[in-house]
Design a protein around this ligand. Structure first.
Ligand SMILES: O=P(O)(O)OC[C@H]1O[C@](O)(COP(=O)(O)O)[C@@H](O)[C@@H]1O
Ligand SMILES: [Mg+2]
Ligand SMILES: [Mg+2]
Length: 331
């Protein structure tokens, strides 16, 4: 196994935990590349705590991370695939994980990932995870795509490693650049348009109207349905991502999980000078009320994230035409 976190000021416990995560990442990259040769990794495998159908790879990834982290520095292991926090009984850290993000893409050979968040262990499991994301000592993801990469923040910028294909060798590459403040690209699952709250509809309407609309220019849209892949694109070239709450049953607080999806992504994005909110307030300051809590999530280039918040501040019946006539948001 070869990966180095030298020079980043990590405690031996955190460096060991990161080494274990990258080791599983290399193993999963090999398993994913062989999908369909022996096993079908997208095969239905059960239902998780959030009521989502699990695929074979969700379970394989969860078990691989659990096995690798046991007997290390992680005391509490919280996973999307486990109802409750798993107590490894020794260790000083608490790790929350989405072992396999973007499950609906397993069978279509599109980028998927693993998202993780690490805290110093607090008194018990609840105290360890139900706290502000500002207290994370690490947050990041591994992306399994044409290239397997690790992108992580230990609270001082964002660092990136790339896996040499077919090996366990991770090589550090150039740090991601700060996000551009402005962007012309947005990501949202537009099939839910009729369910969105008015401020989100108004924000999207104004971009869809393009050069002829109040914004006076054209925008581009992407939706991969894989938070990791979406984040990687935004880190690479900017953009804004939205998964708002909506009026579908169970989606009042959106779809994404606060602890092991949104908080670590918010750490990365804010370290790169971007914004990450629930539509109005910063995700990193918010307190999840339970392990699998959902939150509306908006992140990316700071000007766009601030604009979404501004739409939320408007009285309900104000329209984009009013925005335009006020000259507030032309860009
Ligand atoms: O299918 P939808 O509603 O567009 O949701 C897509 C979102 O769901 C997720 O797949 C949820 O993550 P999991 O695959 O880990 O459940 C995100 O990666 C993605 O952003
Ligand atoms: Mg996920
Ligand atoms: Mg998942």
């Amino acid at each position: 196994m070869s990966v180095s976190f030298d020079g980043l000021g990590l405690s031996p416990e955190l460096a060991d935990t990161m080494t274990r995560l990258t080791s599983v990442g290399a193993t999963l990259a090999r398993i994913i590349a062989r999908n369909g040769l022996e096993a079908n990794l997208a095969e239905a495998a059960g239902t998780n705590a959030g009521g989502d159908g699990q695929k074979a790879l969700d379970v394989i990834a969860d078990e691989a991370f659990m096995d690798a982290l046991r007997d290390g520095a992680v005391r509490y292991y919280a996973s999307e695939e486990q109802d409750d926090v798993v107590d490894f009984e020794t260790g000083t850290l608490a790790l929350a994980i989405d072992p396999l993000d973007g499950s609906s893409n397993i069978d279509v050979n599109v980028s998927i990932g693993t998202i993780f968040s690490i805290f110093p262990k607090a008194e018990g499991p609840d105290e360890s995870f139900l706290r502000p994301g500002t207290e994370q000592i690490a947050g990041g993801y591994i992306i399994f795509g044409p290239q397997t990469a690790l992108v992580v923040s230990f609270g001082k910028g964002v660092q990136q490693w790339v896996l040499e294909p077919g090996t366990d060798i991770w090589t550090r590459v150039a740090d991601p650049k700060p996000l551009p403040h402005e962007t012309s690209e947005y990501a949202i699952n537009a099939s839910n348009y009729r369910h969105w709250p008015q401020p989100i509809r108004a924000f999207i309407d104004d971009m869809v109207a393009g050069a002829e609309g109040p914004r006076g220019r054209n925008f581009n849209m992407r939706w991969i349905a894989s938070l990791v892949a979406e984040t990687h694109r935004i880190i690479s070239r900017g953009g804004v991502f939205l998964y708002p709450g909506d009026d579908r049953k169970g989606y009042e607080r959106g779809r994404l999980r606060h602890v092991y999806e949104c908080a670590p992504i918010a750490l990365l994005i804010t370290q790169l000078g971007g914004g990450a909110t629930d539509g109005a307030d910063p995700i990193l300051n918010a307190l999840p009320d339970r392990l699998h809590a959902r939150t509306p999530f908006v992140f990316g280039s700071s000007t766009k994230v601030a604009r979404v918040a501004a739409y939320h501040d408007l009285p309900h019946d104000e329209s984009h035409a009013l925005f335009n006539s006020r000259g507030l948001f032309r860009s």
